[in-house]
Design a protein around this ligand. Sequence first.
Ligand code: SF4
Length: 370
Amino acid sequence: MSFHDVYNQLNPDQLRLEINSKQQSDVEVALAKTKLDINDFQALISPAAAPYLETMARRSQQLTRQRFGNTMQLYIPLYLSNKCTNICTYCGFSLGNKIRRKTLSMEELDQEIAAIKAMGFEHILIVTGEADGTVGMDYFREVMPHLRKHFAHISFEVQPLDQADYEELIELGLNAVLVYQETYQREPYARFHLRGSKQDFDYRLDTADRLGKAGVEKIGIGSLLGLDEWRLDNLYTAFHLDYLEKTYWRTRYSLSVPRLRPCEGSFSPEHPVSERQLLQLICAWRLFKPELEISLSTRESARFRDNVMSLGVTTMSAWSSTHPGGYANRDESLEQFSIDDNRRPDEVAVAIREKGLEPVWKDWDTSLSA
Ligand code: SF4
């Protein structure tokens, strides 16, 4: 049994119809419940829920404070390499794009670590392009001891790996893996992924199962908002999460809601998502899954992040550079996509405090037990 078995039973045409036929009465039924199911989630992401955004935001805020207290977890992405052998039409690191390619040496990694530690971060998200020959298991084996020495919590957002590789990385100190399906629809997935191992939709779809079997502490899932229909992709994500929670119940889960951003190669999203729709989505997820960690990155503007940070989000990145080596030596020309919130971590921390929240620099578990 894997998520594939669930996935194969889902019919996108029927699910799209179900979402679009939701009425305001369905939204009101969902809002009256304390424990919501997938049917209620469909109602809350539907167009019929748009007039209820204020009510949803109030409920979402209340649930988030109940479960997570008055805190906001902070993390920083560390890009190790922008080499990539794949062509993904929406990404600045895509093979065809003429950018300077760079993979950090261990000496450069140590410089990045020192720059990040000076900012106070304990929670690191390691990001690479997908280039097995350069940034494969041999490279990860080399970098893990450097990271383990300095960070309380290590997450990876790299190419999907085999179960045995995940098991080895967990032994070396890996805590969490984020792997986004980008879109759960096969046809658009094939159109956006034109070359390389990421073309293998099924191997990517099975990644969370391999992680669950390997016993990782936390798995992050989500879709890339703007590639295809955000409502449908998030409904698929909800089925995915429901399945994972039931199957790998010891694991914690997080969700990201990344919106497509401008990048090298000037890609424009076919299905743009407005800020209001993004807020609706965040609130719908919170009402559906009160325990779920929800992350909002610096892809979003400072104004939007400040406005929504208390309404359902639990985790935020700050001062992100998508340039390998970008903290010790900032160079915008190697970026994967443009960042909208360029504030330094201390400025983000001030904005968080102004909302009555306490910035947390470690992961939940370690910070709560400290
Ligand atoms: S999305 Fe990932 S796999 Fe695709 S080009 Fe960008 S870095 Fe490479």
